[in-house]
Design a protein. Structure first.
Length: 236
C-alpha cells in the first residue's frame, strides 16, 4: 500500500565517538566480528546506531516499520556536506573486540550521514547473527556507492554475500528466514488478529489489516506513488 501523506522527520540520536548500540552484548560481538570481516571503514562507526526497539528505530528514521520486519537498515544522508576537522584517535570497545574510531569533538557536532539499523530481539541466536551480517552488507553497499534492493529474500546476490561472509549455506539461511518469519507472524497475529480486509478496485490485490487505515492509501502494485484512482476499499 502507499500512504497519502509523508512520514515524520527523522530524529537520529546525537553522534558519539563510537557506535550507538542499544542492543545486547551478543549483537555487539557480532557487530565487531562482521564489521572487520566486511572490511568496513572505522570512521563510519561514529555514524552508526543500532537498536532492538521498534519504536526507537521509527523515531530515528521517521518511517513506519512493518511489524513483520526482522531486521532493517536505513541510510540518512547529511543535511549538507560538512568540513573536515582535525582528527584525533580514540578507542571504542565493542565487548570482546576493539575497533579504532577517528573523530574529534568538533566533527561530532557537524551534520553527517547516519547508518541506522534495527534487529528484532525475539529470534534464535543463529538468526540474530546472520541478521547483523545481513544489515551490515547493506551498509557496506551504501559506503561503496552501490546500494542493492532485494529481488527475492534468500535467493538474490545479497543472500549469496550473506552466505559467503557467515559461512552458512544458502539453504540454511533460507530455512532460518522461513522459521523466523513464521514465528513473527504467529506472534503478531496473537497480539493483533486480522479484522479488516482492503481491496484494490483495479487489480483486486488484498491487504489484510489488524486495524483500519487512518489515512487514504492506494495500491502499491498499480502505482508506486499514491494514486486516488487505486485507493483501497474496505470490504465489509
Amino acid at each position: 500500500m502507499v500512504a497519502a501523506r509523508t512520514s515524520r522527520t527523522p530524529a537520529p540520536p546525537p553522534r558519539q565517538a563510537g557506535p550507538i548500540v542499544h542492543a545486547s552484548h551478543t549483537i555487539k560481538d557480532w557487530l565487531a566480528l562482521y564489521w572487520q570481516k566486511l572490511n568496513l571503514p572505522t570512521q563510519e562507526l561514529g555514524k552508526l546506531a543500532i537498536t532492538q526497539d521498534r519504536q526507537e528505530y521509527m523515531r530515528w528514521t521517521g518511517k513506519r516499520l512493518n511489524s513483520m520486519v526482522l531486521g532493517c537498515y536505513c541510510y540518512l544522508p547529511a543535511p549538507h556536506h560538512s568540513q573536515t576537522g582535525v582528527k584525533t584517535r580514540t578507542r571504542n570497545t565493542l565487548h570482546s573486540q576493539t575497533l579504532l574510531v577517528f573523530e574529534d569533538s568538533l566533527q561530532l557536532q557537524l551534520p553527517s550521514h547516519r547508518h541506522l539499523i534495527f534487529i528484532e530481539p525475539d529470534m534464535q541466536p543463529q538468526s540474530i547473527e546472520v541478521t547483523v551480517a545481513h544489515e551490515l552488507i547493506h551498509l557496506a553497499d551504501r559506503i561503496k556507492g552501490t546500494p542493492r534492493r532485494h529481488r527475492h529474500h534468500g535467493y538474490d546476490s545479497i543472500a549469496a554475500d550473506e552466505a559467503a561472509v557467515t559461512g552458512y549455506g544458502l539453504e540454511e539461511l533460507r530455512r532460518l528466514l522461513r522459521e523466523e518469519s513464521a514465528r513473527r507472524e504467529a506472534l503478531c497475529r496473537k497480539r493483533r488478529p486480522i479484522r479488516y480486509l482492503y481491496i484494490c478496485p483495479n487489480c483486486g490485490n488484498q491487504y489484510p489489516r489488524t486495524r483500519r487505515y487512518s489515512q487514504a492509501v492506494s495500491c502499491s502494485k498499480c502505482d508506486k506513488a499514491f494514486n486516488p484512482r487505486y485507493q483501497l476499499l474496505l470490504r465489509a
